[in-house]
Write a protein that binds this ligand. Structure first.
Ligand code: NAD
Ligand code: UFG
Length: 347
């Protein structure tokens, strides 16, 4: 079993991935500055992973932009079992905020990644799984989207992700031995089926699933559906939603592949290949929670695409991974989390 460094491991996707990796027997060091998360998520991860797992989880409060903080994280691994690989989740992800404050996004996402890679290099660690996003494709010209589609982001968040992808490719060219996976996630949703960990956005959620679940639990009055005249079967936007536990398992598959094969640069979409409309999600959530989700159809949101769906063939071929969980499971698990934790980790 490997000793791994997980940046941003207290966050939504990171916490679920930590749980999957602990269950597989790995030893983890997490570095997180809790900018968008709570230490409570990792306490619950340790509890869910069962007896003995907490001894395999070290947590360092720190910032990936800070070399000294990263040194503390590398030093948290035992001397005879140094960090062999990194899964790099830490970053900022709100599109609107990135438009308002591009300097902060380039700082955390790009400078933070640069510092992390420099620290890895100094420690002779050359294996990294990076959280990229389908946002790098911008407004796709064809769907389903293949990995060979043009990289043409349309906002600072997307530009910062594309820049890190480029930096990773440059590094792989500059020096032999790098094992790199760039994972382009589509729309991660849901929660661990226990309802103990889940997504805990601060303020008003930007994304559909957390908004819908907050309406269901009574924290928000009604959903605004952004556009009812898209060129889609029911006029609402279509996305490729992926259960966060499927996504977590995708990271495990990518890491396993990197660690057992020759050095490589791997770039794959993590999605289901199946598009679901906003109204389909609303109906599925209503049937799960047994409550109506009031909604109003309003203007389109600037920057949105009509349809974003992954071609998941390459992930299946290269990682032997595909999504297994249905929309009903995304709603069931997301609702279990929201219903048991109406105010997230704060409640
Ligand atoms: P999240 O905000 O829940 O998790 C990110 C974590 O990184 C948080 O715990 C935060 O506190 C931490 N962090 C932020 N800045 C840091 C810093 N400077 N130093 C140390 N820790 C820092 O987000 P998430 O949804 O779990 O996303 C994880 C990654 O996946 C991000 O890089 C995001 O851009 C990417 N991604 C997310 C989505 C999505 O829809 N959730 C889609 C595609 C890609
Ligand atoms: N939507 C609504 N009402 C809302 C929120 C969203 O109708 O209150 C609609 C959107 O218009 C879109 C769909 O629901 O049609 C999904 O929207 P999200 O905001 O949940 O997700 P996006 O696909 O727009 O984008 C998100 C992140 C991106 C990331 C992408 C893929 O914001 O940064 O997922 O991971 F790239």
């Amino acid at each position: 079993m490997a000793q791994l460094l997980i940046t941003g491991g207290a966050g939504f996707i990171g916490s679920h991935t930590c749980l999957v990796l602990l269950a597989a027997g790995h030893h983890l060091v997490v570095i997180d500055n809790y900018d968008n998360s709570s230490p409570e998520s990792l306490r619950r991860v340790a509890e869910l992973a069962g007896p003995g797992a907490s001894g395999r989880l070290a947590v360092v409060e720190g910032d990936i932009r800070n070399a000294a903080d990263l040194e503390r994280a590398f030093a948290a691994a035992p001397a005879d079992q140094p960090i062999e690989g990194v899964i790099h989740f830490a970053g900022l992800k709100a599109v609107g905020e990135s438009v308002r404050d591009p300097l902060r996004y380039w700082d955390v996402n790009l400078s933070g990644s640069r510092q992390l890679l420099a620290s890895m290099q100094a420690h002779g660690c050359r294996t990294i799984v990076f959280s990229s996003s389908c946002t790098v494709y911008g407004l796709p010209e064809t769907v389903p989207i293949r990995e060979t589609a043009p990289i043409q982001p349309i906002n600072p968040y997307g530009h910062s992700k594309a820049a890190v992808e480029q930096l990773l490719a440059d590094l792989a060219t500059s020096e032999q031995g790098w094992r790199i996976a760039r994972l382009r996630y589509f729309n991660p949703v849901g929660a661990h089926p226990s309802g103990r960990i889940g997504e805990d956005p601060s303020g008003i959620p930007n994304n559909l699933f957390p908004f819908v679940s907050q309406v269901a639990v009574g924290r928000r009055e009604r959903l605004q559906v952004f556009g009812g005249d898209w060129p889609t079967p029911d006029g609402s936007g279509v996305r490729d939603y992926i259960h966060v536990m499927d996504l977590a398992e995708g990271h495990q598959a990518a890491l396993d592949k990197l660690m057992k094969e020759a050095p490589q640069l791997l770039t794959v979409n993590l999605g289901s290949g199946r598009g679901l409309s906003v109204l389909e999600v609303v109906r599925a959530f209503e049937s799960t929670c047994g409550r109506p989700i009031p909604y109003t159809i309003v203007e389109r949101r600037p920057g949105d695409a009509a349809i974003t769906v992954a071609d998941p063939a390459l992930a299946s071929e290269r990682l032997g991974w595909r999504t297994r969980r249905s929309l009903a499971e995304m709603c069931r698990d997301g609702w279990a989390w929201q219903n048991a934790n109406p105010t997230g980790y704060g409640g």
